[in-house]
Ligand binder design. Structure first.
Ligand code: ZN
Ligand code: ZN
Length: 658
């Protein structure tokens, strides 16, 4: 047989050979670092025996595919270590993932100390250098084999495989796992690994099935690569809003109040109020919105019209028995409430578009396992709006919604962080019989609207991806997404095209001929949800917010009590211009006060003593430049007022305090 290698050279062998033997024939050194073989472009286990002519590339840990093999083998070693220490634990699945691997066990939960003990046991297994050997069994025997070993999850997995299939297993020193491979030849080839964390998971990701304990770990080719990765994880943790936001006293949670119900403390509230005042003024004064204020709850009748009662009942908080006609529910969205505001008076074609916005608190009964800080919550406040639009105005209005969202993101300094998406229907859906379809209307109609949105995205000048099957059933939409520090993507802003809902609620306007016509609706947000945006800003800025957003913008630091009066005069001058300013009047040393203010990530500290009092100046220290020198008080007031008014984001040039 002829084997063509990556460099184009050809090796000939008289009889079939395994990939690892071919690697050994090429060089012992290569065989030692081999993780898998790429045969005609497909990753194969090193034990695979090749027959006939093939292209072959030996994959090592420096290839991403090779690293996956190391990580997957490390997950088996971790499972073996867990079984050694906790024989009653049941094994389930343990794949390699992008940054490492995990394994789910039906077992007790594991503390950090437990993870350390498991890690130590892994070290032993790796040192012992067990060979991994592969064997196969017919399906029925494979079921029996795992039944005898009392591993019910593995039995279930095998039973899901087609009847008559050969099931492959890997054995390492007596620990046998059901697995398709590929794997390293020996446990001793795992050089650098670490168990990261443990969390709760569900069997098959289904919350109605067994609760499992997941252990996340990672493995790298070299120790220094592992260390660099662990350092990166530490940095991420420091930015995690769920930690930093609490540390900065922006929000908290309380068990007795409930999961997913964060309390915004005075500082966090101050930040949200600044955003809210800005957004409301922006929308109403510059973008032609009118503001509504509608109830937080409604009778079931309303949700029956909107369709939520049939499709979203599990996600709503009910007040009373759902069978009772007077049963109320907390609102999961604002749409129908604003429709009734529109219908409160008759509209002519000349009145449209009607752009309604509301700073709207919503309630969604999400799974408690999903709760996280300010991003996965059960109650949140959103800048939600509905535009009632004539069909001929639709393109222009959607364009304005997108332009507004882009403007908001730009002012917040995060426009470069988001991705834009055109969420489309799935054309395959239209091949189904009409009763089974998810999407309304015809495919031609969808293509038409999708083309409008595509043109709008191009015209506003943003890069975007097109996501098939991500649309709502009633129309395509534009989604603007951002990633959190852990790389998880969330939708921050959405703009949806809806031609259907007006019919359901009986909304109309009077056209030029005096006829009643159904308007189109745009569902949209301009900034999205306040809590989630705050979380995002905490992580993006690592708590060093632009001055205008800071809950405390200036702290006056008198050198001693003697200058308390002058400090108060400085405070008053700033407060009179709506600057958030405090005075640190404690009898601490000035160096201590400065250090603490810097630790609090304050934009400005004003040091005042004899010299400043006499000349009417302040000595400015900023987070941006460090020492900015003495300035006349009136100059500093004018400078910061302008910085806040223009929402300038100053560059950070000064080093962080140690
Ligand atoms: Zn496996
Ligand atoms: Zn809506």
């Amino acid at each position: 047989m002829k084997i063509t290698l990556k460099d184009g050279s050809v090796k000939e062998y008289a009889s079939p050979m395994s990939i690892i033997d071919i690697a050994k024939d090429l060089s012992e050194g290569l065989a030692r670092v081999a993780c898998a073989g790429k045969v005609d472009g497909e990753i194969k286990d090193l034990r695979t025996v090749l027959e006939g002519d093939h292209q072959l590339e030996i994959v090592t840990a420096s290839d991403p595919e090779g690293l996956r093999v190391i990580r997957h083998t490390a997950s088996h070693v971790m499972a073996q270590a867990v079984k050694n220490l906790y024989p009653e634990a049941k094994v389930t699945i343990g794949p390699a993932i992008d940054e490492g691997f995990y394994y789910d066990f039906d077992s007790q939960s594991f503390s950090r100390e437990d993870l350390d003990a498991i890690e130590a046991e892994m070290k032993k297994i790796i040192k012992e250098g067990h060979e991994l050997t592969r064997f196969t069994l017919p399906r029925d025997e494979a079921v029996k084999y795992m039944q005898e070993r009392n591993e019910p999850y593995k039995v279930e997995l095998i039973q899901d495989l087609p009847e008559g299939s050969e099931i492959s297993f890997y054995d390492q020193g007596g620990f046998v796992d059901l697995c398709a491979g590929p794997h390293l030849m020996s446990t001793k080839n795992i050089k650098a690994y670490k168990l990261i964390s443990s969390s709760m998971a569900y069997w098959r990701g289904d919350s109605n099935k067994a609760r499992l304990t997941r252990i996340y770990g990672t493995a790298f080719n070299k120790k220094d690569e592992l260390e660099a990765y662990l350092k990166h994880l530490e940095d991420i943790k420091l930015r995690d809003h769920n930690r930093l936001g609490r540390e900065m006293k922006l929000f908290t949670t309380v068990d007795v109040i409930g999961q997913g119900l964060p309390l915004l403390t005075p500082k966090g509230t101050r930040m949200i109020i600044k955003m809210q005042r800005w957004i409301e003024d922006l929308e109403d004064k510059e973008w032609g919105y009118v503001r509504t204020r509608t109830p937080l709850m409604a009778k079931s009748d309303l949700y029956k019209i909107s369709g939520h009662w049939d499709h979203y009942l599990d996600g709503m908080f009910l007040l009373g028995d759902p069978e009772d006609p007077d049963c109320m529910a907390l609102r999961p969205m604002t749409c129908p409430f604003q429709y009734y505001v529109y219908m409160n008076e008759q509209h002519s074609y000349r009145d449209l578009p009607v752009r309604m916005s509301e700073t709207s608190t919503l309630f969604r009964n999400e799974d408690s396992g999903e709760m996280h800080g300010l991003t996965r919550v059960r109650q949140f406040t959103i800048t939600e709006g509905h535009l009632v639009v004539r069909p001929d105005q639709m393109v222009e209005e959607v364009k304005r919604c997108l332009a507004l969202a882009k403007h908001v993101l730009t002012v917040l300094g995060v426009e470069g962080e988001v991705t834009y998406h055109l969420s489309k229907c799935d054309p395959a859906d239209f091949e189904k019989p009409e009763s089974e379809r998810k999407y309304i209307d015809t495919l031609e109609k969808w293509y038409q609207v999708e083309q409008h949105l595509r043109d709008i995205l191009n015209e506003v000048g943003v890069d975007f991806t097109e996501d098939v099957g991500e649309a709502a059933f009633y129309g395509p939409k534009i989604d603007i997404n951002a990633k959190n520090v852990y790389g998880k993507e969330d939708t921050m802003i959405t703009i949806q095209w809806d031609e259907m809902i007006a019919e359901k609620f009986g909304m109309y306007y009077i056209d030029e001929n005096g006829d009643k016509v159904r308007p189109f609706i745009i569902h949209r947000t301009s900034m999205g949800c306040y809590e989630r945006t705050l979380a995002w800003l905490i992580e993006f800025y690592a708590g060093k917010f632009p001055t205008w957003l800071c809950p405390e913008q200036v702290r006056v630091l008198p050198i001693s009590e003697k200058y308390a009066d002058y400090a108060e005069k400085v405070r008053k001058a700033l407060a009179a211009e709506d600057v958030d300013v405090t005075v640190d009047n404690r009898s601490e040393k000035i160096g201590f006060k400065i250090r603490e203010a810097r630790m609090d990530r304050l934009p400005y500290m004003l040091v005042v003593g004899a010299d400043e009092e006499e000349k009417g100046t302040v000595s400015v220290r900023s987070r941006f430049e460090g020492d900015e020198g003495a300035k006349p008080l009136s100059d500093f007031v004018a400078q910061i007022v302008e910085e806040i008014r223009s929402k300038t984001i100053r560059e950070e040039k000064a080093a962080d305090p140690k």
